[in-house]
Ligand binder design. Structure first.
Ligand SMILES: Cc1cc2nc3c(=O)[nH]c(=O)nc-3n(C[C@H](O)[C@H](O)[C@H](O)COP(=O)(O)OP(=O)(O)OC[C@H]3O[C@@H](n4cnc5c(N)ncnc54)[C@H](O)[C@@H]3O)c2cc1C
Length: 250
């Protein structure tokens, strides 16, 4: 934050990133205006009802060496993890090329993972603090996260990815079929191997509830329905209520 104390700062976008940034900037003694055309944290935002995993082990980029070999298969499979409408392909070609090139060698992947690791490292604690401040600490549960595989050889095919995770201090343990069944009895029988992240991680079962709780509460606090003209002192005292809100439609 380079703005001098007491500056008037505009934050564009009221998803979790904008809201968290608004609170953080405000706590440094600045006045904040949140510019958001819809309800902050509303259905238009990716922050609404997402998977709700707070996983500091999610440091690996999606683009990895060899991904390009899978792209044609993705394009042909309308139920796969990566679907593009054919008519959009020409418009997306440049982005797709850059996406594949971003993971063309392991040095690039490692540099990306390092950056993501730094970004994710404190995420769980910071989300927990935000939820506590919003009065909904119970929405964050520290339960664990499991990556499942058909068998161990499928896991070993990603050995380099897991090695990188371990090098960054993301601890995990291998889970055999019997234990996997015990921990996750409802899992489809074809999955016979798992890798369990031992790091602290959080999850809330219900995305919408999580939104209404953490994101929604934060939104209500930082974005009251009427604007407040507040000074720096008041911002310090009434942290949440000191953020003004502007609905910008253009
Ligand atoms: C299906 C799905 C599942 C996901 N699961 C997970 C998960 O389990 N764990 C995880 O960590 N991440 C997950 N993510 C990613 C995560 O949801 C996003 O990274 C995160 O919500 C992004 O927050 P944001 O505040 O940057 O964006 P958003 O929440 O999208 O907020 C952006 C806001 O900016 C506003 N806006 C846009 N343009 C303008 C403009 N010009 N002027 C003013 N306002 C504007 C929008 O209205 C919106 O409210 C998931 C994403 C999706 C889509």
């Amino acid at each position: 934050m380079t703005a001098s104390s007491g500056s008037h700062v505009a934050v564009i976008g009221g998803g979790i990133v904008g809201l968290a940034a608004a609170l953080e900037i405000q706590s440094s003694g600045h006045r904040v205006i949140l510019i958001e055309p819809e309800e902050p944290g509303g259905r238009q935002a990716a922050s609404y009802g997402n998977g709700c995993w707070l996983n500091p082990g999610a440091i690996m980029p999606i683009s990895l060496p060899g991904l390009w070999r899978k792209v044609p298969g993705f394009l042909l499979d309308s139920t796969g993890p990566f679907v593009i409408r054919w008519r959009d392909l020409p418009r997306l070609a440049g982005w797709l090329r850059d996406f594949v090139l971003a993971g063309r060698n392991w040095n690039l992947v490692e540099a990306c993972a390092r950056t993501r690791f730094e970004l994710c490292r404190t995420a769980v604690d910071e989300h927990a603090a935000l939820a506590a401040e919003a009065g909904v600490p119970e929405l964050i549960r520290r339960e664990g996260v499991m990556y499942v595989y058909l068998d161990r050889s499928e896991f070993l095919a990603e050995e380099r990815v897991w090695r990188l995770r371990r090098e960054f201090g993301v601890a995990f343990s291998e889970v055999g079929e019997e234990e996997l069944r015990r921990i996750q009895p409802e899992l489809a029988p074809r999955y016979r191997f798992g890798a369990r992240l031992d790091v602290t991680r959080c999850r809330h079962e219900d995305g919408a509830e999580f939104h209404d709780g953490q994101v929604g509460e934060t939104a209500r606090h930082v974005a009251p329905s009427h604007a407040h003209e507040t000074g720096q002192q008041r911002a310090a005292k009434e942290r949440h209520l000191a953020v003004e809100r502007v609905r910008k439609t253009d």
